[in-house]
Design a protein around this ligand. Structure first.
Ligand code: HEM
Length: 538
C-alpha cells in the first residue's frame, strides 16, 4: 500500500521539509505562477516605463510638466473650471498645435491647440476617431442609443437622415415656442418670486428655472407635447434628468475611472452610482416609450401630420418604435441641459456687466414694445431677433466665453497622424472648447474678457459670425464637421429668444460674489450650487 501525502503549497518555502520540491504537481504550479508574474511585470514595465519613455512617438512633443510617478497628470484636468488646466498649458507651453501629457500609468494624451490640428481631427479625418468607448457605454444608458452615441456607418446614416430635420428653415418654426416659453418663464418668476404688488427685489436660483423652460421647449419641439415644467407640475422626466445631470464629486471619479479602466469593469462594481444609472435609465426609457407610442397613434390618426421632430422622423420611416425611443432620449437630453446652461451663463455674465445688460435691454425694447400683446408668429419673431446686432453679439460671446460643453474627447481607432505626427491606435485626443475660446493667440490679448463688441463689425455696425477671429476652428462651442452639434441652429435661436424676453422684463444682479460661482458638470457645465440672481421688474 502506498501512502500519498499532499504537501500544501506554502510548505515548499519551508526549507526544513526536504520532500516539498520533489512533487511534480507543485513544481508545475510554481512554474505557471512564476511565468504569470514575470509576464505581468514585463508587460507593466513595457506599458508604464519602456514604451512611454523610450518608444512612444509622442515622447519628443512639447509636454506638460509636474507629473506624479504612475499617476501622471491624472487629476489635473479635473481642476475646476473644467478646461482651466488645458488653458494654462496652452498659454505657457510653446507648441506647434500639439501638447502631450501623461495620465494614469503613463498613458499618453494629446491636447490639440491649433485650428489646423482641430480641423484634421474633427473634419478631414473624423472617422479615424470615435468618442471614448467606455464613456459611450455609460452615457448610452441615459442619453439613448441615438446620434450622439452611434459611430462609423451607423452615424453617417443617422446624420444624413436627421440633418434636414434640424435645418434652419425648420428651426425658424420654433421661434413662437421659444417666445411663449420665455414669457412663461418670466411670469413664473414674477408669480413665484417677485412680490406681485410692488415687483420689488427678490433672490432666485435661475438654473433650475432655465432647465424647466428648456425642458418645456424640447417637449413641444420634439413631440408637440406640453411638459408643463414651468407650471411647477410634478414631472418624473424632469426630476430624473435633474438627478442625472446634477454634478457630484463622486460622479467625476466614476467617469474618470471608466475612462482608464478596462471597459465594463467600473459598471460592474457594486457602486451606488451604477444602481442609480440602471434605475434612472429604465425610468427614462419607460417614460419615453409611452410618449413615443402616444405620438405614433396621434400621428396615424392625423394621417401623418405634425412639425415636431419625432413626427418628422416618423415621416422618414427609418426607425421602429424602439429606434424612435432612443432618438427621443437623445434629443431631450442633448437638447435641454446644454441650452439651460447657456442661458444660465448668459444671466451670469450680464448680471456682472450692468452696462451690457442695459444696452441689450434698450435694443430689445425697441422691437418688443409690449410683451403682453398677442404672440407674434414665428417668422416675425425670427426676423426681428436675428437682426439685432447687440443681442446676437451677447449670445455669441456668452457661448464663446463659457462654452456649455468645455471638453470633447476622441480615441484613435486606426493608426493615423495629426499635423504629420504619428498617432497610434488607442491614443486619447483632447479638444477643449474652454481653452481654445480663451486662447490669446487665437482671440487676441482680450480673450480672457467678456466683450460682446468683438461680434459686431465696426464698419457696418452689424453682427458678424466670426468674432473677428481668423479661423472658424478657433471656436469649438458646437464642435465642427460631421460630429458637430446638429442642434446648434436650434440652440442659438432658443438662447437668443430667451435672453431677449428675460432682459426686456427683468433687471438682475448676482446675489453672491462672481468668483463663488464655479462651473461643474457631467456633460455640460452649470454653476455648482446654482446661480442665485437678485431680480426686479423693469
Ligand atoms: C448651447 C447649447 C448646445 C451646445 C453648447 C451644444 C454642444 C454640442 C457639442 C460640443 C457637440 C459635440 C460633442 C462631441 O463631439 O463629443 C454636440 C453634439 C450634439 N448635439 Fe449639441 N449642443 C447644444 C444644444 C443642442 C440642442 C438644442 C440639440 C438638439 C435639439 C443638440 C443635439 C446634439 C446632438 C444630437 C449631438 C450629436 C451630433 C453627432 O454626433 O452627430 N444640441 N453638441
Amino acid at each position: 500500500m502506498t501512502l500519498t501525502i499532499k504537501i500544501p503549497f506554502w510548505r515548499q518555502y519551508d526549507t526544513s521539509t526536504s520532500t516539498s520540491t520533489s512533487d511534480p504537481r507543485i513544481s508545475l504550479s510554481l512554474l505557471i505562477v512564476s511565468f504569470f508574474v514575470i509576464d505581468l511585470v514585463l508587460l507593466l514595465s513595457w506599458l508604464v516605463i519602456i514604451y512611454p519613455y523610450f518608444y512612444s512617438p509622442h515622447r519628443h512633443l512639447p509636454r506638460a510638466k509636474g507629473e506624479i510617478p504612475l499617476l501622471g497628470q491624472f487629476t489635473r484636468p479635473y481642476v475646476k473650471p473644467l478646461g482651466s488646466t488645458y488653458l494654462q498649458w496652452l498659454k505657457t507651453i510653446p507648441n506647434d498645435g500639439l501638447i502631450t501629457y501623461r495620465s494614469i500609468l503613463n498613458q499618453d494624451r494629446i491636447l490639440l491647440t491649433s485650428p489646423k490640428a482641430i480641423a484634421e481631427v474633427l473634419v478631414s479625418n473624423t472617422y479615424a476617431y470615435t468618442k471614448h468607448p467606455n464613456e459611450r457605454s455609460v452615457i448610452r444608458r441615459f442619453l439613448g442609443n441615438g446620434l450622439t452615441i452611434s459611430e462609423g456607418n451607423e452615424h453617417r446614416f443617422q446624420r444624413r437622415i436627421l440633418t434636414p430635420i434640424y435645418a434652419l428653415r425648420n428651426v425658424r418654426m420654433f421661434y413662437g415656442t421659444f417666445f411663449t416659453k420665455g414669457k412663461e418663464l418670466v411670469e413664473a418668476l414674477e408669480k413665484n418670486a417677485l412680490r406681485p404688488s410692488t415687483g420689488t427685489r427678490c433672490e432666485v436660483e435661475i438654473n433650475q428655472w432655465a432647465n424647466r423652460a428648456t425642458m418645456d421647449i424640447i417637449g413641444l419641439a420634439a413631440l408637440g407635447k406640453e411638459f408643463r415644467c414651468l407650471d411647477g407640475a410634478k414631472s418624473e422626466l424632469f426630476d430624473t434628468y435633474q438627478e442625472i445631470f446634477t454634478w457630484a464629486p463622486e460622479k467625476d471619479v466614476f467617469m474618470a475611472l471608466n475612462r482608464v479602466l478596462p471597459r465594463g469593469l467600473v459598471q460592474w462594481l457594486p457602486w451606488r452610482i451604477n444602481e442609480r444609472i440602471d434605475i434612472t435609465s429604465a425610468t427614462l426609457r419607460g417614460i419615453c416609450r409611452g410618449l413615443v407610442r402616444q405620438r405614433i397613434s396621434e400621428f396615424r390618426e392625423s394621417n401623418g401630420k405634425g412639425e415636431d421632430l419625432v413626427a418628422r422622423m416618423m415621416r422618414m420611416g427609418s426607425w421602429d418604435t424602439e429606434g424612435l425611443v432612443e432618438q427621443l432620449l437623445t434629443v431631450i437630453a442633448a437638447g435641454h441641459e446644454t441650452s439651460a446652461s447657456a442661458f444660465t451663463w448668459a444671466c451670469y455674465l450680464l448680471a456682472q456687466n450692468q452696462a451690457a445688460q442695459d444696452r441689450l435691454r434698450s435694443e430689445v425694447m425697441e422691437v418688443l414694445p409690449s410683451l403682453s400683446t398677442r404672440n407674434p408668429d414665428s417668422d416675425s419673431i425670427a426676423t426681428m431677433l436675428e437682426n439685432l446686432p447687440y443681442l446676437n453679439a451677447v449670445c455669441n460671446e456668452v457661448l464663446r466665453f463659457i462654452p456649455p460643453v468645455p471638453l470633447i474627447r476622441r480615441v484613435a481607432t486606426i493608426p493615423t497622424t495629426i499635423l504629420g505626427q504619428e498617432i497610434p491606435v488607442g491614443t486619447q485626443v483632447l479638444l477643449c472648447p474652454y481653452a481654445i475660446s480663451r486662447s490669446p493667440e487665437l482671440w487676441g490679448p482680450d480673450a480672457g474678457g467678456f466683450k460682446p463688441e468683438r461680434w459686431i463689425s465696426p464698419e457696418t455696425g452689424k453682427a458678424n459670425n466670426d468674432g473677428g477671429m481668423e479661423s472658424n476652428y478657433a471656436n469649438l462651442t458646437f464642435s465642427h464637421g460631421p460630429r458637430s452639434c446638429i442642434g446648434q441652429g436650434f440652440a442659438k435661436a432658443e438662447l437668443r429668444t430667451l435672453v431677449a424676453v428675460f432682459v426686456a422684463r427683468l433687471r438682475f444682479a448676482l446675489a453672491k460674489p462672481a468668483e463663488d460661482v464655479v462651473p461643474v458638470g457631467i456633460v455640460s457645465v452649470r454653476p455648482k450650487d446654482g446661480l442665485v440672481l437678485r431680480l426686479e421688474s423693469v
